[in-house]
Write a protein that binds this ligand. Structure first.
Ligand code: 13P
Length: 235
């Protein structure tokens, strides 16, 4: 299983250090073999971890240069960051990233050999338009994306489920993941209102290989509880 925490614009550097201390010691004390990834804000990046992968929530697809307000490959290399989140719905819908920009970012970081957690997911109006509309929408989010990339992880995150407490039914998650599985061999995560009381059940679904968790992962103890639930599903 793959268990990821996306902090978004939450936590200071100090809070992140305290959080990582809890999660790292939990992972080693419990011999966790699952892949654990934490995406802190840029200001908290450092050589934080031995047994937990640290990724960035975004970066600009260049080595360095005149891109005010962005960070790029050179700044990530300083901290040995080789994992990136691309295509998150908050970047698509709030920041306004286009599929073209997202695909360019994907190409650049794939060429650099990054682990890419690539997010797709539909807004509510598309979900309400039915399954075919939903899959057409998601297909367009794969424009310019190499689904055979070896270090690819896909996260299915319905926009209407993010931060709302709403989740699709288990069978709806399975239906989308089954279709995603027919397109790619990459591990498939579910994200959107995952919490300690539904994480185990969701990870046990067919073609669900892990979870990408926002608000409920801000508590280190709750995140550790979800890691336990993932590890219980092994073997
Ligand atoms: P929530 O878990 O807060 O719904 O956020 C999910 C998400 O966007 C993770 O990337």
């Amino acid at each position: 299983m793959i268990v990821c925490a996306n902090f978004k614009a939450n936590k200071t550097r100090q809070e992140t250090q305290a959080y990582m201390a809890v999660v790292e010691s939990f992972v080693s004390a419990n011999d966790i073999s699952d892949t654990i990834i934490v995406f802190p804000p840029y200001t908290a990046l450092e050589h934080l971890s031995r047994n937990v992968l640290i990724g960035v929530q975004n970066a600009y697809p260049v080595r360095n240069g005149a891109y005010t307000g962005e960070i790029a490959l050179e700044q990530l290399e300083e901290f040995d960051i080789k994992t990136i989140l691309i295509g998150h719905s908050e970047r698509r819908h709030i920041i306004g990233e286009t599929q073209e920009q997202i695909a360019a970012k994907f190409r650049f970081f794939a060429e650099q050999g990054f682990v890419i957690v690539y997010c797709v997911g539909e807004p509510l109006a598309i979900r309400e338009a039915g399954h075919d509309a939903l899959m057409d929408y998601i297909d367009k989010q794969f424009d310019g994306i190499d689904l055979n990339y070896s270090d690819l992880i896909i996260a299915y995150e319905p926009v209407w489920a993010i931060g709302t407490g709403l989740t699709p039914s288990n069978s709806d998650i399975e239906q989308v993941h089954r279709e995603l599985r027919s397109k790619t061999a990459a591990p498939l995560l579910y994200g959107g209102s995952v919490k300690t009381d539904n994480a185990g059940e969701i990870m046990a679904l067919e073609n669900v290989d892990g979870v990408l968790v926002g608000s409920a992962a801000l508590s280190a103890n709750d995140f550790c509880e979800m890691i336990v639930q993932a590890s219980e599903l092994n073997g």
